[in-house]
Design a binder for this molecule. Structure first.
Ligand code: UDP
Length: 364
């Protein structure tokens, strides 16, 4: 059974790694890997392949940066002939980026079975480009693998057949558990001159936060206060860095003496940074899940989350972007009281194994 797996952007790589490993070990699966090139440089792509032991992609579509429509169209144009030539039995896509919907659409139009890993998540916010990608990909997928029970309910509410839906746990957590010991050896803290629990880790890249100067400004107001107490380490996403300059906010950030703006770091360094921090402030999807397992308090600076389990288990506070609310959550996260998150069901490091077994059984 030939399966083409697709990865395109940073948050895909930690999801695809355990799947490629499980597929390579399965006697009935012949894996192929296509990189769309949505993220392409050393810091956002190559480093992850090396650190996570992901095999060299069989094909790289090299689409690079572009508008949503151009990128999606280019990926489709370049992926179609690959499916025609290699005739896979299934195409597997992960997450919610443009590569996910683009390759999914190509596959189903060619009559190839489509598998979506990390299906069913919903923020119910259609202004979020990822939400559109999620809804559309799930609607055309033959097999849907789910990380948390809200995903099962969401798909049921959208009329998806129960037979297609499999709650299997979280491949991103497979990668975290596998690499935690290696990450513990990272020198990033000494390189940055940091001591455990004396700093906050910050990431931000959602368009709703970094494209609008008013929203970005409100978040910076909160960060300005936090960095008076605690060093804030901010590995900055390329999109956010561009916007800082474009929106005229670079000087403000530079003036915060206890805010450490650094380039995006590799997976192992980032895992180490998160796990030794006092808290994590973010608008990322995956980081809400990783902090839940690392047992580091997380503050999510968004109005909604597609990962409600992280809140239910007591790991994550969803606070929006109001300065006062961010600071109240910061005080709550650092007061040392009442933080004792539970581990979500099946976030145990075995999700990719379960997925490989179910695929082999159903498609075999
Ligand atoms: N990450 C990383 N280096 C960084 C920032 C994030 O390795 O400097 C990892 C993080 O641990 C998680 C993934 O990148 O595994 C999350 O990606 P991102 O926040 O870009 O995407 P999202 O999860 O929001 O889709």
């Amino acid at each position: 059974m030939k399966i083409i797996s697709v990865a395109g952007a940073r948050p895909n790589f930690m999801k695809i790694a355990p799947l490629m490993e499980a597929f390579a070990a399965h006697p009935d699966i012949e894996p192929m890997l296509v990189h769309t090139g949505q993220h392409y440089d050393e810091k956002m792509s190559d480093l992850f392949f090396r650190q996570l032991g992901i095999p060299e992609p069989d094909i790289n579509l090299e689409v690079g940066s572009a508008t949503h429509a151009v990128m999606t169209a280019e990926i489709m144009k370049r992926f179609e002939p690959i499916c025609v030539e290699h005739k896979p039995d299934a195409v597997l896509v992960v997450g919610d980026v443009n590569s996910t919907i683009a390759c999914g659409l190509v596959a189903v139009k060619l009559g190839i079975k489509l598998i979506h890993v990390e299906a069913g998540l919903r923020s119910f916010d259609r202004e979020m480009p990822e939400e559109v990608n999620r809804v559309l990909t799930d609607a055309i997928s033959d097999m849907l693998f789910i990380t948390e029970k809200s995903g099962v309910e969401n798909l049921r509410n959208e009329g998806v057949d129960d037979e297609r839906v499999h709650l299997v746990g979280n491949v991103m957590i497979d990668t975290l558990l596998k690499n935690k010991a290696k990450a513990d050896e990272s020198d990033i803290l000494s390189e940055l001159g940091l001591k455990p629990r004396t700093y906050a880790a910050l990431t931000m890249h959602r368009p709703s936060n970094v494209d609008d100067p008013a929203v970005f400004g409100r978040i910076l107001d909160a960060i300005e206060e936090v960095q008076k107490d605690l060093t804030v380490v901010f590995p900055i996403h390329p999109r956010t860095r561009n916007n800082l300059a474009k929106l005229g906010l670079a000087d403000r950030v530079e003036a915060m003496t206890n805010l450490r703006l650094i380039e995006p770091v590799g997976y192992l360094d980032f895992l180490k940074l998160m796990s030794e921090s006092k808290l994590v402030m973010t608008d990322s999807g995956g980081i809400q899940e990783e902090t839940t397992i690392l047992k580091v308090p997380c503050i999510t600076m968004r109005e909604n989350t597609e990962r409600p389990i992280t809140i239910e288990v007591g790991a994550n506070q969803l606070v929006g972007t109001d300065t006062g609310k961010i600071l109240a959550a910061y005080r709550k996260a650092t007061d040392g009281n009442g933080y004792d998150p539970q581990t979500p069901e099946m976030w145990d490091g075995q999700a990719a194994q379960r997925i490989a077994q179910i695929i082999a059984k159903q498609l075999g």
